[in-house]
Design a protein around this ligand. Sequence first.
Ligand code: NAP
Length: 246
Amino acid sequence: MDLAHKVALVTGASRGIGRAVALELARAGAAVAVNYTASEGPAREVVQEIERMGGKAIPVRFDVADPEAVARGVKEVEEALGAIDILVNNAGITRDGLLVRLKDEDWERVLSVNLRGAFLVTRAVLPGMMKRRYGRIINISSVVAFSGNPGQTNYAASKAGLVGFSRSLALEVARRGITVNVVAPGFIETDMTAALPEKAREALLSRVPMGRAGTPQEVAHAVVFLASDRASYITGTVLHVNGGLW
Ligand code: NAP
């Protein structure tokens, strides 16, 4: 998985899956831009950890749902590290609730960060990839895009949206040497799932055929594979990382 001389931008890389993806991409040799919004300390720690292993990284703060901030952030990354070869749209949030009571702002914020955010960052990065006729875009969806989950209509819609987005973009840019794929994690141990009530965690875990939650690193390995030249003929696909859950 030689990613030497490649530049990667990972959104939401201060914690959880994004953090593991940033570390694994760096381990494979890529220079990594570690995006975050609130968690400045943890983002800086990810950068330091990459530097300790002899890699190159910068923290870059922007809200993926804010078009101006995205444009500024992408420019900052390209000035510091060079043109972006690998984009991982990982930033994501939940605002759970049954549909009958779901607030407008909870629908809108989840769709804005999870789906519109991927659109905005991809659109900012894509011209450079098209010019250089090379790119790897990996969008982090979720098993619930496929299975559904009560209380997560907004989240599942955003994550299913990412699948249609990725399929369509893959067709648009296939002839430009750019691949677009989706990784759909199942139940992964992160702050996001730690926030679930104990009962919901147990119910979810009991449905996983492998009998355990996945680790952020197990998702990161799938992302690094899709970012590597070993996946050069794979585009428009979904790689499920879920212990058999789907
Ligand atoms: P997490 O631990 O809650 O971390 C979320 C990350 O996203 C943080 O780094 C956070 O940064 C960043 N973020 C949130 N809003 C952002 C915004 N507007 N702009 C930029 N960054 C933002 O989540 P996770 O569990 O690692 O999930 C990562 C991705 O995997 C998400 O897309 C999630 O939907 C997906 N996923 C997770 C699971 C799971 O079981 N954990 C399963 C399927 C899919 P700050 O702290 O700086 O805000």
